[in-house]
Ligand binder design. Structure first.
Ligand code: NAD
Length: 308
């Protein structure tokens, strides 16, 4: 029997995620949205492509959580996307209400699911999903670092003209303006980029990575990025299913790791079918640690705002 993945939100990120899951034949997919017709139409379109992809995934669309029952993984992309000039934090309250309502439904219909949260501001939304579902924290994870690292790798790949698979990049902290790209631990075939690129170029790449989302919002004018975000979600799904080894930077609940407790923030994680199997604690320099703590504390500030 195929695994079952529900994607909540039939917008750009949700449907592209559903498409990639179906194209790779990773699972059956249910797309759910509040708008009638859109999830059904998008799902039917993807289903009709499956024969061409040699995929046996079943793809359906719905407006009812009953159809999502007993999902192995639920991906939450429901919410409003950023408009030009709007920060992720502006989305805070509106998206918190949406994620709350979605999480209540998931807890009832898919009590055994692993939940991957995409909706922004993501580190705060994943906290909301964790609280509202009541699921164990290793089963509620946020997508941010995989995307930020992929952006950084793509910029380095173009700059040095090397294949992206030779590059490992690490971006820690919240998926916001204070994210912490780590050039010291970003390597090409094992060699740190600090030995391969001048400092000014590295700083440019760091800034472009931090502003990666805004750069695309600025170009698109309406809506935000979705190809790389959806591919990042699918990378996490494949890690959970054991198709891929290695650590992925994801937003997880920290309980003393990196000296932080009570918030979600991005750190390297090893996955298994149970969700987060292990949080990897990297040795950080004093400056890196300071930047990481500032980023995690900014997430705490947002969590406090929605609790107020
Ligand atoms: P979109 O506007 O294309 O789609 C959002 C969808 O959510 C819409 O179809 C809408 O009808 C649906 N929706 C709204 N309320 C709902 C509810 N209560 N239940 C079910 N569906 C509901 O937006 P998008 O581009 O797909 O982005 C989705 C979210 O993901 C945004 O919050 C965006 O900021 C965020 N995002 C995060 C990352 C990341 O790295 N974490 C990357 C890209 C986008």
């Amino acid at each position: 029997m195929n695994k079952k993945i529900t994607v909540v939100g039939a917008g750009n990120v949700g449907t592209t995620t559903a498409q990639l899951i179906a194209e790779k034949g990773l699972a059956d997919v249910v797309i759910i949205d509040i708008v009638e017709g859109i999830p059904q139409g998008k799902a039917l379109d993807i289903q009709e492509a499956c024969p061409l992809w040699h995929s046996s995934s079943r793809v359906t669309g719905t407006n009812s959580y009953a159809d999502t029952a007993d999902s192995d993984i639920v991906v939450i992309t429901a919410g409003l996307a950023r408009k030009p000039g709007m920060s992720r934090d502006d989305l805070l309250k509106a998206n918190a209400d949406i994620v709350r309502q979605v999480s209540e439904n998931i807890a009832k219909t898919s009590p055994g699911a692993i939940v991957i949260v995409v909706s922004n501001p993501m580190d705060t939304m994943v906290y909301v999903a964790w609280k509202v579902t009541g699921f164990s924290s290793n089963k509620v994870i946020g997508m941010g670092g995989v995307l930020d690292s992929s952006r950084m790798r793509s910029f380095i790949s173009v700059e040095l003209n090397v294949p992206p698979e030779d590059i490992e990049a690490i971006v820690l902290g919240g998926h916001g303006d204070l994210m912490v790209p780590l050039p010291r631990l970003t390597t090409v075939k094992g060699k740190s980029i600090t030995e391969l690129l001048p400092e000014t170029k590295i700083n440019e790449i760091i800034n472009r990575t931090k502003n990666g989302g805004a750069e695309i919002v600025g170009l698109l004018k309406t809506g935000s990025a979705y190809y790389a975000p959806a591919a990042s979600v699918v990378e996490m799904i494949e890690a959970v299913f054991g198709n891929k080894d290695g650590n992925l930077p994801c937003s997880v609940y920290l309980n003393g790791e990196y000296g932080i407790s009570g918030v979600y923030a991005g750190v390297p994680v090893r996955f298994s079918l149970k969700g987060v199997e292990e949080i990897i604690e990297l040795e950080l320099t004093e400056d890196e640690k300071k930047a990481f703590i500032a980023s995690a504390e900014a997430v705490r500030g947002l969590i406090e705002k929605i609790q107020a």
